[in-house]
Design a protein around this ligand. Structure first.
Ligand SMILES: CC(C)(COP(=O)(O)OP(=O)(O)OC[C@H]1O[C@@H](n2cnc3c(N)ncnc32)[C@H](O)[C@@H]1OP(=O)(O)O)[C@@H](O)C(=O)NCCC(=O)NCCS
Length: 349
């Protein structure tokens, strides 16, 4: 690798291969012509496995040296983030993996069936079919007929370019630039960079508390949010699954974790990004209330790129009017014990 600073752990490379919707596989055929194929692949028994018809070009790769590649783009950074005039600093942050080796063929019908079942679980996680089992007469013929190619994972090179070449303070400034730009994917890129390399908190994520603020939570945190919110008066009768799905599907979802990485605060918004937004599921865990965390979460959410340009932002509350008034919300209408509050930013309706 030209710049070793970008080489990273093969554990990450393995994850990229596991997550990849498709992989690219290249080899030279019997006549020396280069061939490039796009395949679905899964990792089974520490081998990268893919299926193909028993005749044809893909079959010809068995016994040949191949190179496989998969990548995950994180964010494209404009030159102007780094230099007012020169185009040269424009760059893309990404994670990628390359795997080399000789393609083998899996012969055992039982192992072939396991690879096919793993492919089904990856691409049809909802199931709905009989498990692929070589002993089942409905699958026996097809399992026998398909060729399952495989590649060992030992010659792997994993690369991550996520700002690790920048001084920590410059990286922190880059997070501010991404937050201000707020293009689709920028908030997720901020969190990818922070997860990858320790970075001083930029001002928009500072709390002054032993708490870490997140401007985008990944979907794995949705179950934790559901646990946090389960039992709140506005979620009575709503299942944890629904609460978790609501968080996964929200265009803006911010949160806070304590020193043990446990989720202790969360707030989300649904929004059209221009006119209207609704704030929902604002919650701070009891031990952290009264320390200013709720206000920081709301400030972060109101400044979120999908919310900051909205003219009118609504929410509903029973007991926390005073909290929201301090953030500029005013009561609109009441229904029973619940009050609708509006933050009217006044730039068009
Ligand atoms: C409401 C809630 C999110 C506030 O979070 P928090 O971290 O305790 O709030 P903060 O410490 O940031 O408080 C900021 C300010 O709002 C005030 N405030 C907080 N909760 C308030 C409430 N329920 N009513 C009136 N004022 C409130 C605080 O006194 C503080 O004012 P100050 O700066 O003058 O001292 C939190 O108490 C909570 O999760 N409650 C249970 C769930 C809930 O009711 N969520 C809101 C549903 S709409």
């Amino acid at each position: 690798m030209r710049r070793p600073i970008f080489e990273t752990s093969n554990q990450l490379g393995r994850k990229i291969l596991e997550r990849a919707h498709t992989i690219e596989l290249a080899f030279a055929d019997a006549t020396g012509q280069p061939v490039l194929r796009t395949l679905h692949a899964v990792i089974v028994d520490d081998l990268l496995c893919f299926h193909c018809a028993p005749v044809g070009e893909k079959t010809a790769m068995v016994g040949r040296q191949v190179v496989v590649s998969a990548h995950e783009p994180t964010v494209t950074l404009p030159s102007t983030f780094f230099d007012a005039q020169r185009a040269c600093p424009a760059t893309t942050y990404y994670q990628s993996v390359q795997l080399r080796g000789t393609v083998g063929a899996i012969e055992s019908h039982e192992r072939k069936a396991r690879v096919l079942q793993a492919l089904m679980e990856k691409f049809q996680p909802q199931g709905g079919h009989l498990p692929v089992d070589a002993g089942d007469p409905i699958y026996g013929t097809v399992v026998g007929a398909l060729l399952i190619g495989c590649l060992a994972l030992d010659q792997m090179t994993t690369k991550a370019r996520l700002g690790q070449d920048l001084p920590a303070n410059r990286r922190s400034q880059l997070l501010e630039q991404l937050w201000q730009r707020g293009a689709p994917g920028d908030v997720q890129a901020i969190e990818s960079i922070r997860r990858f390399c320790a970075t001083p908190e930029p001002a928009f994520l500072a709390t002054g508390l032993p708490i870490k603020l997140w401007c985008a939570l990944d979907s794995q945190r949705a179950d934790a949010a559901a646990v946090l919110l389960d039992g709140t008066y506005w979620n009575v009768g709503i299942s944890r699954q629904q609460i978790a799905d609501a968080h996964r599907n929200s265009v803006a979802w911010v949160g806070a974790t304590d020193g043990t990485e446990a989720l202790v605060g969360s707030a989300r918004a649904i929004s059209d990004g221009a006119k209207h937004a609704h704030i929902l599921d604002v919650f701070v865990a009891a031990p952290w209330r009264g320390a200013g965390l709720g206000r920081r979460l709301l400030e972060l959410l109101l400044d979120h790129p999908r919310v900051r340009n909205c003219s009118r932002i609504w929410l509903r509350t029973r007991h926390a009017d005073g909290f929201y008034r301090q953030l500029g919300f005013a009561p609109e209408t009441s229904r029973g014990q619940t009050r609708t509050m509006l933050l009217d930013r006044g730039h068009g309706r």
